[in-house]
Design a protein around this ligand. Structure first.
Ligand SMILES: [Zn+2]
Ligand SMILES: [Zn+2]
Length: 457
């Protein structure tokens, strides 16, 4: 896997780049698709208009990748509007135009991805129809199959339910299917089979919720591998950076939200959905519902309410910042930076920005900014658990977690290159089946070695 290629989508940082295909200049802020290849000592970077980009032959031919899979799995999204998640459809369509042309040239390959799952359900539906109706006169193709095969095994409850939902939607147009997914706040990219697979899963199990690992990204259904859900990260508004995530789980374990809407939700219901999504995320970051967290928060707010709070003078503000800092560091209740000076400065800023607020209200903001120590520990535990499910060797979870954390820090600082390097390293560790030790770490290749050694020191 040397000379790895990175595909990314972003808003052009300047108006200087031009499209490699059509040679026309790409305007500043216009969405451009970048291809970055690692050379021996340099990076090769080229830019395209999404409509001018052709899916590389090696992906189409060797991996059977569709434009939809490319956008969902490979394309790293750095766009301000998170185009890959929010407007998958549009970007897939732009890239797809050329895929179909390449396919025709090559005499066409059948199957468009995401079909494995629906094929199975389709067959089950045919069997279900036969069971219910006695015969299936509208399934000519099925009638032609040998009789013996049909009676093989009985359908399970689950297969039956899947087939029933499939029957409800099979005749619908793609646009109608996309509406259903939109009502439920799910991805709308992909071909009909991918859309159907998502609807069947949602109707039977509920809407896919927020990732339990990063607590911000939306869980998505894997189109290629049936019965799995994943998170590929989220866009961090505050730092204007995309934070990658690696969480993966079975459909049964995936976080779910109810209900699944089979008709357009009312305005009131839409509001409720929005609140639910926001609550799900922010709740977890600050005070996860555990009683310990609630206690810690209550304690901090109470202590703050007793502070001598007078923000009319410079010295009063200084004192307020110092007092809040002391409360945070005492008993280590809030996860503030190690350096008290930095903490005091950050808290001071919050105090000044919120001069009309009470001490408790500002404390609440401080907790929101830094998070509770206990909540962070719990979050790390949960993340370790989720990583051990995807890590090739469970012994590497700690290293992977540490590297992901470093990567997150770089992304949040706006250092995307460093962040992306750590992300790649974490990805590589995920695939390893042997345990990383100080000795074999040296053999893991340049760049990676450096990082591994850092972790051990
Ligand atoms: Zn172009
Ligand atoms: Zn995540």
């Amino acid at each position: 896997m040397s000379g790895e290629t990175i595909y990314k989508l972003e808003n052009a940082k300047s108006g200087r780049s031009s499209c490699k295909k059509c040679k026309i200049k790409i305007l500043k802020n216009e969405i451009r698709l970048g291809v970055e290849t690692d050379g021996p000592s340099f990076k090769l970077q080229s830019w395209y208009h999404p409509t001018c980009f052709t899916l590389p032959r090696k992906l189409v031919k060797e991996k059977g990748m569709t434009a939809c899979q490319f956008v969902e799995e490979l394309l790293e999204d750095y766009t301000v509007d998170e185009v890959c998640s929010n407007d998958t459809e549009m970007i897939v369509r732009q890239i797809e135009e050329k895929v179909s042309v390449t396919k025709k040239e090559k005499g066409g390959e059948d199957g468009d991805g995401g079909g494995v799952c629906t094929e199975r359900i389709k067959k089950n539906l045919a069997r279900l129809r036969e069971e219910v109706l006695g015969s299936s006169d509208d399934e000519e193709e099925y009638e032609n199959q040998p009789k013996k095969k049909r009676k093989m095994n009985k359908l399970s409850e689950e297969e039956r339910a899947e087939a029933e939902v499939y029957a409800m939607y099979e005749k619908k147009k793609n646009d109608e299917l996309k509406d259903v997914l939109r009502w439920n706040n799910q991805m709308v990219g992909g071909n009909k089979d991918a859309l159907l697979t998502r609807i069947i899963d949602g109707q039977l199990n509920g809407r896919l919720g927020i990732c339990p690992s990063c607590e911000k990204g939306k869980m998505k259904l894997k189109d290629t591998e049936a019965a799995k859900a994943y998170c590929n990260g989220y866009f961090d508004e505050e730092n204007q950076a995309r934070i990658p995530c690696f969480y993966e789980c079975s459909l049964k374990e995936a976080p779910r939200l109810l209900p699944w809407y089979t008709e357009e939700p009312t305005e009131e219901e839409k509001e409720k959905m929005k609140a639910m999504a926001e609550e799900g995320a922010s709740n977890n970051i600050n005070s996860s519902s555990t009683s310990e967290n609630i206690d810690a928060k209550a304690k901090l707010l109470k202590r703050a309410s007793k502070l001598n709070w007078n923000l009319d003078s410079k010295s009063g503000i200084k004192e307020a910042a110092q007092d809040l800092t002391t409360l945070c560091t005492k008993d280590h209740l809030v996860d503030v930076p190690n350096d008290d000076k930095i903490t005091k400065m950050e808290i001071g800023r919050l105090v000044v920005q919120n001069r009309s607020k009470t001490a408790s209200e500002v404390m609440e903001l401080v907790i929101h900014k830094f998070g509770l120590t206990q909540a962070k520990i719990e979050k790390e535990k949960k993340q370790a658990k989720s990583l051990s499910a995807v890590c090739g060797n469970a012994e590497n979870v700690g290293v992977m977690q540490a590297i992901l954390e470093l990567g997150d820090l770089y992304f949040k600082e706006g250092n995307r290159n460093a962040g992306a390097t750590y992300k790649k390293v974490a990805q590589a560790i995920k695939e390893l089946t042997f345990e990383i030790t100080a000795e074999n770490a040296k053999g893991l290749g340049k760049g990676k070695t450096k990082v591994c050694v850092c972790v051990y020191v």
